[in-house]
Design a protein around this ligand. Structure first.
Ligand SMILES: [Zn+2]
Length: 426
């Protein structure tokens, strides 16, 4: 969560949850500490959500009521995801506003916001050019450059360069991939791998990925249909995301290509692909229960092929995933997962090459790495310095730290006390 503040106005960007590690038993999620905003609620003009990942919007149900329920701005698909999330927590009458990156700018107080499309592992992600009273700031949360995205919506590179003209005071951008050399691969590369595996499968096929990765599901659907397999969806998170994406036109899946789990039981299993929730091995997910033989809606048959198209990055997910892989293996499934090195996953985060390209397009005076751990932050710093920035032009920012922009300069001016708020599972 980022707060941009001028004299009488505040703009909030993103509002995500974090996940607990093994030292926090019973904690379901961690939400941002908004005590700094408590007596400034009247100044908040809006919250902008850059993309549809829960670590960027998942805390809205907890935070909105504490900050006076300001309007929330997001692109169409992200707005759909947010609506479902808020309904889950019975947040009534949220003020959701649409951002269209192909449209013109909009204003929130003294901030003029000019969105542009970026690529990431969820469709409809945006970067922001903010014209602020102190100068022009680019805020680019999770991004990569994908010239062949599955949905055909390429990073608006020319628009970004145009918006950056003639000068940019600061670029605040994703650094998570800074330690990875080269450019991040295109999402489209996954389709070939899916095709090889699904073509050779003789019985059931199960595909799991992060539920918001609509392009990944689209590729699994496309390949399955090519091999005369109809689609079955198992698990609430995947069903919800696929339904919204279909409804809003972000996923192509005809009603006739889709079979309910009940109907699927009576069909020949080699004519089906199951899209299933639980890519991180979550213990209550459809896939974990299938692996234990306790899932009501479907049964895993001996010889089934299971594709995990995800990297176990959240804390604890590797162990959870390994357990599910073991259980699936014992049930006679052939499991394709991260250890097998089949390139079943490409990152949604730009690598060093993508980050350098963004630097070249935006040409900021100051660089502020976000979204990474200290090692990524430092690697991003080096990338900026390799491209001519001086050490004091990169501001390595940690939780609660404040940067002041004034007189065409940026400097760190202190720290606000913040502490992630743990939310216990109910
Ligand atoms: Zn993301």
């Amino acid at each position: 969560m980022f707060v941009y503040e001028s004299d009488d106005d505040i703009l909030v960007i993103d509002c995500g949850i974090d996940f607990p590690d093994e030292t926090m038993p019973g904690v379901e999620v961690i939400v941002p500490d908004v005590s700094y905003l408590r007596d400034k609620v009247d100044k908040i003009r809006g919250v902008i959500i850059t993309h549809g990942h829960v670590d960027h919007f998942g805390a809205l149900p907890f935070v909105l009521p504490r900050i006076g329920n300001p309007p929330v701005y997001a692109t169409r698909l992200v707005k759909g995801f947010i609506r479902v999330r808020l309904a889950e927590f019975a947040i009534s009458r949220p003020k959701l506003r649409l951002i269209d990156p192909d449209d013109k700018s909009f204003n929130l107080g003294p901030f003029e916001i000019l969105p542009f499309r970026v690529n990431h592992s969820v469709p409809d992600s945006i970067g922001l050019c903010l014209n602020t009273p102190a100068g022009k700031i680019f805020h680019v949360a999770d991004f990569k450059f994908d010239l062949t995205p599955v949905d055909g919506r390429v990073f608006q590179i020319a628009k970004t360069a145009r918006l950056a003209y003639p000068e940019v005071l600061a670029l605040v951008s994703d650094c998570l991939g800074a330690t990875t050399p080269g450019f991040t691969g295109s999402e489209r590369e996954i389709e070939k791998i899916f095709s090889q595996i699904i073509r050779e499968a003789e019985g059931q096929v199960f595909v799991t990925t992060v539920s918001s990765n609509i392009s990944r599901f689209q590729q699994a659907i496309r390949v399955s249909l090519q091999h005369n397999r109809k689609i079955v969806i198992l698990g609430r998170s995947v069903r919800e995301k696929i339904e919204i994406s279909r409804k809003l036109g972000y996923l192509k899946l005809n009603q006739s290509d889709f079979v309910s789990p009940q109907k699927a039981r009576n069909l020949s299993q080699d004519k089906l692909t199951y899209l299933v929730a639980g890519s991180y091995g979550q213990p209550n997910s459809a896939l974990a229960r299938l692996a234990q033989g306790t899932y009501r809606d479907a049964k895993l048959e001996k010889g089934a092929v299971v594709i995990f198209s995800a990297d176990p990055s959240p804390p604890g997910s590797r162990e959870a995933m390994d357990l599910v892989v073991d259980n699936l293996t014992l049930k006679g499934a052939r499991v394709h997962y991260y250890e097998i090195q089949e390139n079943l996953h490409v990152s949604g985060h730009g690598s060093a090459g993508d980050i350098r390209l963004l630097f070249a397009l935006v040409k900021p005076k100051y660089f502020i790495p976000i979204g990474g751990d200290p090692r990524h932050i430092r690697a991003y710093s080096f990338l900026a310095q390799e491209m001519g920035a001086k050490e004091d032009q990169v501001l390595e920012l940690f939780n609660g730290e404040v940067v002041q922009f004034a007189n065409n300069q940026a400097q760190m001016v202190g720290k606000i006390k913040v502490k992630g708020i743990p939310v216990k599972s109910t």
